[in-house]
Design a protein around this ligand. Structure first.
Ligand code: FES
Length: 225
């Protein structure tokens, strides 16, 4: 095999692909068209969760396909969708009590603290710790620990208690934002200005502009240092 190529296996079939590719690019190079399992390509959307192992190893590893370079001997399988349970709730009528998260997601009480969720997280998030914080009703801790979650869903695939961790964290962040976090006065001011249609003339002007004018405007905007 040429030294610039690596041998990988996609859904059990062997392919030889250029070594410099990411897993995502390698799968496309092999001829697959992504309908699911690919989104931003920048490590932000969590759509490209991938499970793999190396030839001659029993260990299952995980990665974001858009962020991980291929290696010779990778056996790859993508997890394009995981059917996790998402509790329905009306954020305005919820109160941030100790019981609220347990009421929405009673399965968190079945956590056996095995740590599989933290171990599998490609973002190195302390998932088990934020589930324990959710059980205690410590919203601030859940928010802080889950901040980098991109909802790839890998934690839920490994949980023996069938918790869908990222939805628990999402509910905690929403409740925290709606009921606990201090309101930002400048946001209220801006919302009021929008209600009063302060920016409508400017927006209408933009809508009437040509693409060339919009490009010039974009290039000459004030950029934060
Ligand atoms: S495609 Fe969005 S995180 Fe990989």
């Amino acid at each position: 095999m040429m030294k610039d190529f690596a041998r990988i296996y996609i859904m059990g079939k062997e392919y030889q692909v250029p070594r410099h590719l990411t897993i995502l690019q390698a799968i496309e190079h092999a001829g697959f068209l992504f309908v699911r399992g690919c989104g931003c390509r920048g490590g932000f959307c969590g759509a490209c969760a991938t499970v793999y192992r190396m030839r001659d190893s029993y260990k299952l590893k995980v990665a974001l396909a858009c962020q991980t370079k291929i290696e010779d001997g990778m056996y790859l399988a993508q997890i394009p969708f995981y059917p996790g349970n998402k509790a329905e709730h009306n954020i305005a009528s919820l109160t941030p009590t100790t019981e609220t998260l347990c009421m929405l997601y009673p399965e968190i009480m079945r956590c056996i603290s095995c740590g599989s969720c933290s171990k599998v997280c490609p973002q190195d998030i302390k998932v088990m710790d934020y589930i324990n914080a959710a059980i205690r009703g410590d919203y601030k801790k859940v928010v802080e620990l889950s901040f980098d979650c991109i909802m790839c869903g890998l934690c839920a695939t490994r949980c023996p208690a069938e918790i869908v961790h990222y939805y628990v964290a999402l509910a905690a962040r929403r409740i925290y934002g709606a009921h606990i976090m201090k309101k930002a006065p400048h946001l209220d001011k801006r919302l009021q200005e929008m209600k009063e249609k302060k920016f409508d003339p400017e927006l209408e002007k933009l809508m009437r502009s040509s693409v060339e004018d919009l490009k010039k405007l974009y290039a000459s905007r004030d950029i934060e240092p």
